[in-house]
Design a protein around this ligand. Sequence first.
Ligand SMILES: [Mg+2]
Length: 281
Amino acid sequence: MLGAVIGDIVGSRFEWNNHRNTQFDLFTPENFFTDDTVMTFAIAQALMQAQDLIQDHASYDKALSQLTVKSMQQLGRMYPNRGYGGQFGRWLISPDPRPYGSWGNGAAMRISPIGWVAEKETDVKSWATIVTRVSHDHEEAIKAAGAVARAIWLARHNFTKHEIGRSMENDYTLDFCLDDIRPTYTFDVSCQGSVPQALVAFLESDSFEDAIRLAVSIGGDSDTIAAITGSIAEAYYGIPEDIRQQALNYLDRPLRQIYRAWEQFLINSALSGDQDLGNKP
Ligand SMILES: [Mg+2]
């Protein structure tokens, strides 16, 4: 999930000032974390809290849904004015938050923690749906979240880029290259208008850093596209240590604490096999 955070931070200064090539400084004083980072942390936090409550599949699913809403509202209110969409901003402060038919790419930029926690591929899809539909219950949002989480899961399980691309083509037509769309691609916050582009940025890349640079280079909703691309690139390539350290400097203490807890959570889960509900009654 730090790959999403890095994409968000690097892309932040280009969302309203697109940069249509791969030559730029990754980190400058103008960079900052935005809604993509905050909501990614919210999903990670909900997953960590839900793990403590596992009894069986049904109660886990219900707990995950409730904790996702609680966690997104808590962090969303703690970090207001981070670029949330209008309707989502109202959802964050609503006393009775309901899904509102959204197909916004917020569904895809926040989903990466799911790809790291699920051990079975079937859990990837069902958990991605659970955390997405609390706000983004349009079929395009559910599809996008499931695809990005699955790409991460496949990358973690050593599938090749070719195999990941084939899997993504079950959901999207990816018969274009970035060079073709770069001159004319415009700002598009829909899942269907930004997730395929983010996927192709990953598929064309040859390293983590290259993936982030390619994602920014097409313009559009740069922080979110780079967050989605970065989340998959992290699982596939890993993150160079210097980039990881520089990105962490942009986070405040509470977010860094969530990140440290998340790292430990993944280590503990891998050791105990706890994340595999297949072992549970
Ligand atoms: Mg953003």
